[in-house]
Design a protein around this ligand. Structure first.
Ligand SMILES: Cc1cc2nc3c(=O)[nH]c(=O)nc-3n(C[C@H](O)[C@H](O)[C@H](O)COP(=O)(O)OP(=O)(O)OC[C@H]3O[C@@H](n4cnc5c(N)ncnc54)[C@H](O)[C@@H]3O)c2cc1C
Length: 423
């Protein structure tokens, strides 16, 4: 019964988005192309809206597993008790109002030859072009001892939601004098500077509320994004934060959730609160569609974001291999627009335009202390490459007033982008 009702819902969404959405074999030459996007996050929701704006007659449908979106950017503020979780949540009303159909279900399979997406209830949606924007999945097998149930004791909080709140509650419950241990994976992973922003804001919280407590960051790398800026700020603000890089024994080789112990090649660290940020890969639907390679991520043509492994399927956001472009919400939003424009060109039989994409990653070191890194990218030799001389990082020797301004820019970026995507 439930399955039939869900199927009727899917059919209703498809019929509402176009009068010609028949469950027949797709053909790109038809007047109203059928465009399906799996994943309604920063990448997917942006792409769907752009497609609908450019092609009002098209059927544009987003398949999204959740009824509302929970944003990761600024979720480190929730961990540190500086923000409410409610500030991270966004509904899909505006996406629907923009004429995009929303099917609230998980996409479970893709048939690239038949051009069909299968939903959790077994219903299928045909497409002419499919955009996959599923974000990341945690590689629970990436750290020995870690698992979905271990994440209840040692949260990753790398997908915003219940995990974010769990880490917050554990920090609140910890005694003053306790030890927080975080582990950071090797590249690539979602949000390269994110772990260091989190470390900063946890150190800020401890300094304010638990001055006898300390934070140890175990890192599988020796170098990281905005490193000199972060380390200069830590030296000035956070004597309670110890960062241990790869060459000093930072690589975590196993964890034990029963004792909250992190094992490294150089010895064990027992935590009162343990935050494991494990290795990641593209969301499961990417593997199911055959667009992920052996790295777990999805190779794409940098001009169109079309998969290099399956035709008519585009992959954007964290799931794709975007060359020099980092996995960020800013990148996801930019890639979504380029991908949508390329799809419009391809449907018209035109050559996609030459794209340049921008990314800026802001990080908060303290509530009124922001730093940033910006880059500009373009397709070159089959990948998205950095444009030399464009972009840059915040100056090392800036006054605190400059850092305070950057903290405001960070907030403005979040408000503007989430309003554009979900508002
Ligand atoms: C702590 C932290 C801080 C961050 N801070 C910043 C920041 O300051 N600035 C910045 O630019 N970026 C930041 N990021 C990175 C940013 O969150 C991601 O890069 C961004 O969310 C990627 O967008 P996406 O659309 O690819 O994936 P997501 O935003 O994760 O969206 C994926 C969507 O797809 C849905 N989905 C997945 N699989 C399926 C399926 N099979 N069927 C249906 N739906 C599915 C999910 O429910 C989700 O809604 C941060 C990340 C973290 C973890």
């Amino acid at each position: 019964m439930q399955g039939n009702r869900d199927r009727r819902e899917v059919l209703k969404v498809l019929l509402a988005t176009t009068a010609t959405a028949a469950m027949s074999r797709p053909s790109v030459s038809q007047a109203a192309p059928r465009l399906v996007v799996v994943g309604g996050g920063f990448a997917g929701a942006t792409c769907a809206r752009e497609l609908k704006r450019a092609l009002p007659h098209a059927s544009v449908v987003v398949v999204e597993a959740e009824t509302a979106f929970t944003a990761c950017p600024f979720s480190n503020g929730v961990v540190a008790g500086l923000r409410d979780m409610g500030d991270q949540r966004f509904g899909y009303d505006a996406v629907r109002k923009a004429g995009v159909g929303l099917v609230v279900q998980r996409g479970t399979a893709v048939d690239p030859r038949g051009r069909l997406v299968t939903l959790a209830d077994g219903a299928t949606i045909p497409y002419d072009r499919l955009v996959l924007a599923p974000g990341i999945d945690i590689r629970f097998d990436g750290v020995p001892g870690y698992s979905q149930s271990a994440a209840e004791a040692m949260p990753h909080a790398w997908k915003a939601g219940e995990q974010t709140l769990l880490l917050r509650r554990q920090l609140e419950a910890m005694d003053d004098g306790g030890t927080v241990v975080m582990s950071v994976p090797a590249n690539p992973y979602r949000c390269p500077p994110g772990p260091y922003e989190r470390a900063s804001l946890i150190a800020y919280y401890l300094k304010e509320r638990k001055p006898r407590a300390k934070l140890i960051v175990l890192d599988a790398k020796d170098t990281f994004s905005k490193q000199r800026l972060f380390q200069a700020a830590w030296k000035e603000l956070y004597p309670n934060l110890e960062w241990i890089g790869l060459s000093s024994g930072g690589k975590v080789t196993a964890v034990d959730p029963a004792t909250k112990t992190f094992t490294t090649e150089f010895g064990d660290h027992r935590a009162d609160v343990g935050n494991v940020i494990p290795p990641q890969r593209a969301g499961a639907i990417a593997q199911a569609a055959g667009v992920a390679d052996r790295t777990g991520w999805c190779p794409i043509d940098p001009e169109t974001f079309e998969s290099k492994l399956q035709p008519n399927i585009h992959v954007i956001g964290d799931a794709c291999i975007a060359g020099a472009m980092p996995k960020s919400a800013f990148s996801a939003n930019a890639q979504a627009k380029v991908c949508a424009a390329a799809i419009v060109n391809l449907l018209k039989g035109e050559k996609p335009g030459e794209a340049k994409l921008i990314n800026t990653c802001y990080s908060l070191v303290a509530p009124d202390y922001g730093i940033s890194v910006a880059g500009v990218y373009r397709p070159a030799n089959g990948v998205l490459a950095d444009i030399d001389g464009a972009g840059g990082v915040s100056p090392l020797d800036a006054p605190r007033s400059f850092r305070a301004l950057e903290a405001q820019y960070a907030e403005s970026w979040f408000v503007t982008t989430t309003a554009e995507v979900f508002g």
